[in-house]
Design a protein around this ligand. Sequence first.
Ligand code: ADP
Ligand code: MG
Length: 256
Amino acid sequence: MQSDELLVATEVTKAFGGHRAVDGVSFSLARGAIGGLIGPNGAGKTTLFNCLAGALQPTGGRVLLDGQDIAGAPPSRVFAAGLARTFQIPRPFPEMTVLENVMLAPTGQLGERFWANWLRPGAVAAQERHTRDAALHWLDFVGLGALVQQPARVLSGGQRKLLELARVMVAAPRLVLLDEPGAGVNPALLDQIVDKISALNRQGVSFLIIEHNMDLVMTLCRPVMVMAQGRLLLSGDAATVLRDPRVVEAYLGDAA
Ligand SMILES: Nc1ncnc2c1ncn2[C@@H]1O[C@H](COP(=O)(O)OP(=O)(O)O)[C@@H](O)[C@H]1O
Ligand SMILES: [Mg+2]
């Protein structure tokens, strides 16, 4: 039987020199949830994402995805296990087309392997067709269908966020970590991103979202977890969390 918990992090820690950017963070995310992760700048949110997605080797702790231990596993293995992430600042290859950028699946492409190309050219061609169809499908889904042959440099900041979403969806992930999907996005595009996330969630994709836009957090995220100074301060539903004096203090402390 599958457990209801899709992701379980236990005492995840990441130290840079003597500084614990992530300091003993434990939480779990239920299958089908859209969790939110908020907190002032420097709280350790992106570093936690990097530990979950395999971009950084945690100093300590455990991360279970569907019961499988992925802490410290290379990004390719985490990705293959069904966890995909987007970047706080997307950097598409500017001269490649929008479609080509989305077709650059991060790992596991048969075509990347010289021997596969040589020994199994048919399989490589079939996979490329499959990736291309999937890329076109997801680009259409995020509303970039008309721009697929344009160089990525023409995209606005918000459109780059949508390209990121299409890029990760090509791999059919079970869990997507979004790092500030609303940052630098105009209100109309933001509504579109919110709609897309909801639609994907209805199709069974779970999310964990770092976001400063509280409208997006209120609309989409439950539970909302708050980090400050590397630690998980509290978690709960958005309205309760945002009223909590400890959260207000964490943000004011940041501004001071
Ligand atoms: N590669 C790194 N090397 C050293 N310190 C880092 C590194 N990445 C992040 N940090 C530090 O870790 C802390 C948390 O950063 P980050 O995870 O980016 O916070 P957030 O995403 O919540 O704004 C900050 O003090 C930051 O300077
Ligand atoms: Mg960050």
